[in-house]
Design a protein around this ligand. Sequence first.
Ligand code: 8X3
Length: 251
Amino acid sequence: MTDIALVTGASAGFGIAIVERLIADGYKVVGAARRFEKLQELAKRLGEDFYPLEMDVTDRSSVDKALASLPTSFEPISLLVNNAGLALGLDKAYEADFEDWLTMIETNVIGLAYVTRKLLPDMVKRNHGLIVNLGSTAGTVPYPGANVYGSTKAFVKQFSLNLRADLAGTRIRVSNIEPGLCEGTEFSNVRFKGDDERAEKLYEGAHAIQAKDIAETVSWIASQPEHVNINRIEIMPTSQTFGAQPVYRDL
Ligand code: 8X3
């Protein structure tokens, strides 16, 4: 039987690349996102192995309604890719927009937790399933301006590991992919609120990770035999490394 995947945030960047890769791997894929027109464009291109699902992960009733509306040919979900997420702003905590913080928490933390909580019981009942979360190096490495964004990704990392603890004795697997600098997505355009020039500058000469690299990683995780669980994968472009910890003297 063909396994069915659900990818959140499927209307852009990583989401599209992951959907395309999973279909190429033989999955039937439900692509969920708020922007239904974008999903419909994808559906035209991807054909009958793709099901476009209008769903806002930050709105629990939208998630309930969307999941309840899935046709039987796109159930049950065996692979959940929690890709929906965003960064907003790079301002210091004492200057950042609190609404941005709420949006990040609602999407990256509450949305991810809710979709997971909705789909997990059925996976446990069938004793079959894989959840792949999209974390970030920002969930481990602090940097100026990452304040709430990095903290939401730290949640995603620890939630992934804690799910593993709860799923002991089952065949359900959970992985967290933690990318560093990635380009070719809307990530920085969203973070910098439409300042596309600033977003573009960030990637100049950086040879950053591409969406297809992340899709490849999801595909590799999903292709592991059922006795293998990849807990975490941290991926950076070769051009990105770590810096010294600054010390400001005589403050
Ligand atoms: C994306 C990586 O460095 O912009 O999560 O936080 S970074």
